[in-house]
Design a protein around this ligand. Structure first.
Ligand SMILES: *Cc1c(COP(=O)(O)O)cnc(C)c1O
Length: 362
């Protein structure tokens, strides 16, 4: 059997994406025999003691690693971050109220669309004028809105907020593609939500980390499935939670804590991003597509200066065992997604290919 550690593929997939090899191995083992119980993690009850322990551990580790205040709560729900776009206005927008959003890409656009189904959403800043290749800065955030929403990392376009906007109103962030990749002052946020499949685990669970004191103020009647407070009150077990994804998230959090948590992963992510962006800047055949000060450490987007050379470049990186480097279908070009678990050796493999390509075509 081919084990995860022996795979030679450099996985640049934007999500679902690479996870640490030991997480794959432990998850595979638990599918066969969960903690020596004689049962698979896939066949145990979510109400069983061992799974309750998994759920509590995942919730506690997330708060510990992110440095969340004690009273913050964590739930893991299905539906993806896209369901989060709907849940945010349901839980935070008063009937007849107003919300503020920045529009920094495809996911922000979708979040705004969902908010407008529930009420008024003003776009206080947008980078749509330049195909979302920068992060708008220096804009005001009105104080008469119920909340301010932004997307910390724009997975498709490759931009990332370096400084988080501050507001007097509750701040809500879609952190799907850079959660757990760098320091975040959780107490500045009423809600952080993120699909698991970009830094935390497999697809199928979305994490909501929030201050429960900010809930229940809207006057809306909510379906219990849309009600964050209901899910939190029921310990994230109002209905059957995504058992296996939550288990894999727990394993990934254990791994992250084990390597040194946010300080260590920040160092690694910075080193990887510097290695790749310095190659993009050094080699004239490559051009970064985003404003340099807003470059994402998670998703680096670039194009070839001469697009007719794409087939030659594609052949080289595929031969080197690199996978998932093509840009999002709406953007084209290339996107190197360097999530937490991607080792720097994989980034070096890509840089080697880029240098080889530059020598052959320069
Ligand atoms: C991938 C992504 C989403 C959508 O996640 P789904 O789980 O597919 O709903 C939302 N926001 C951001 C920033 C993403 O990267």
């Amino acid at each position: 059997m081919l084990t995860a550690a022996k795979k030679k593929v450099h996985n640049y997939s934007a999500g679902p994406c690479i996870l640490p090899p030991e997480v794959f191995e432990k998850a595979a083992q638990a599918v066969l025999d969960f903690e020596g119980s004689g049962l698979s993690i896939l066949e145990i009850s979510h109400r069983s003691k061992p799974f309750e322990a998994v759920m509590s551990k995942a919730q506690a580790l997330l708060k510990e690693i992110m440095g969340a205040p004690d009273h913050y709560q964590v739930v893991f729900l299905g539906g993806g971050a896209s369901m989060g776009f709907h849940m945010v206005p349901q839980n935070y927008l008063r009937t007849g109220g107003k919300a503020a959003y920045t529009n920094t890409g495809e996911w922000a656009t979708r979040a705004i669309k969902e908010a407008r189904l529930a009420g008024e959403a003003v776009v206080v800043a947008s980078s749509e004028d330049k195909n979302f290749n920068y992060i708008p800065k220096g804009h005001a955030i009105p104080s008469d809105v119920d909340y301010f929403h932004f997307t910390s990392n724009n997975t498709i376009f490759g931009t990332q907020y370096k400084d988080f906007p501050k507001a007097e109103v509750p701040v809500i962030c879609d952190m799907s593609s850079d959660i757990l990749s760098r320091p975040v002052n959780v107490r500045d946020f009423a809600l952080i939500y993120a699909g698991a499949q970009k830094n935390m685990g497999p697809a199928g669970a979305t994490v909501y980390l929030f201050d429960p004191g900010q809930l229940g103020k809207t006057g809306r009647k909510l379906s219990p499935m849309m009600d964050l407070k209901n899910h939190a009150d029921k310990g994230s077990m109002y209905n059957t939670p995504p058992v296996f994804p939550v288990y894999v998230i727990m394993l990934t959090l254990e791994w992250l804590k084990g390597i040194g948590g946010i300080p260590e992963i920040t160092k690694r992510n910075t080193a990887k991003a510097e290695l790749l962006y310095s190659a993009i800047d050094r080699l004239p055949l490559f051009t970064g597509t985003t404003a340099p000060e807003d470059r994402s450490q998670m998703n680096a987007t670039f194009v070839l200066s001469d697009a007719s050379l794409e087939p030659a470049f594609d052949a080289l990186w595929k031969e080197a065992g690199i996978s998932g480097l093509r840009g999002h279908r709406s953007v084209g070009g290339y996107r190197a997604s360097m999530y937490n678990a991607l080792p720097i050796s994989s980034v070096q493999a890509l840089v080697d290919v880029m240098e080889d390509f530059a020598r052959k075509n320069g």
